[in-house]
Ligand binder design. Sequence first.
Ligand SMILES: N[C@@H](CCC(=O)N[C@@H](CS)C(=O)NCC(=O)O)C(=O)O
Length: 272
Amino acid sequence: MGIVVPTNEAVLSLKGLHLYHANRSNCAARVRLLLEEKRLDWTSHHIDLGKKENISEEYFGINPKGLVPSLVHDGTVVVESNDILVYLEEAFPEPGFRSVPAGQQAEIDHWLKKSGDMHLPAIKTFQYSKINSRLVKKTEDEETLYWKLQKDPDLLAFHGKHRQGESFSEADLAGATMLLDETFAEMNRALTDREWLVDGAYTLADISWAPTITTLTGGGYDFTPYPAVQRWYSVISERPQFEKAVLEWRRMATYAAGVDRTISGTASTIQE
Ligand SMILES: N[C@@H](CCC(=O)N[C@@H](CS)C(=O)NCC(=O)O)C(=O)O
């Protein structure tokens, strides 16, 4: 989607970088990670997905699908997390995270596309099957407002599956797990004899995918069959930028103050 024209005109006058994001959203975390890697100053607009703060006319006027993250840069609105990464890379080229030879640029694009394509059918379906659908039951008023505001057929179908506290089926979970298994098998092969997803440099590909490993681990996805992915992730998760952009936000006080309950050893706050 990239740049969109907001119907919420209040954001047109915002100066600098403003990020609408959620602390445990992997899509938001990849954008925070790039902002941190580029040492950019930004203003936080935290959207609590557990409280359905994204379901409002005001927020749908910024992001037409009511999703986080959304970036506003001097009044320009950019949505879709991987498009935001590319936008930031072009707007603030130094330090650069596409620093590979021309022939390898397509590999970065491959991993960014895969990250976008996998989100709804694999990552989000896995997380909702395992954790989220239990936690995000909408009230009747929230349901009514959501079905009024949301126009995207895929999201209507997705959120229709956990209406009234219902959950995803075993077949949904199996399908999502199969897609994840295929993806991480490919990623494990790519990382077996090299440090980064695209040979020679830490790029947008790594920045896009690493926070997703954190999220899926929280949902109970088993990474033990993918040792090269585990090794790569442990290197990235040691970066101070990752600590600040991903892990610190996941430990936010609102959750630490009692909401971060544990079900079978798994954090039970909403995690996408
Ligand atoms: N393709 C979108 C996906 C964004 C997305 O699904 N965000 C989740 C959090 S990771 C969200 O806003 N969920 C709330 C909802 O589905 O209503 C992107 O990459 O920005």
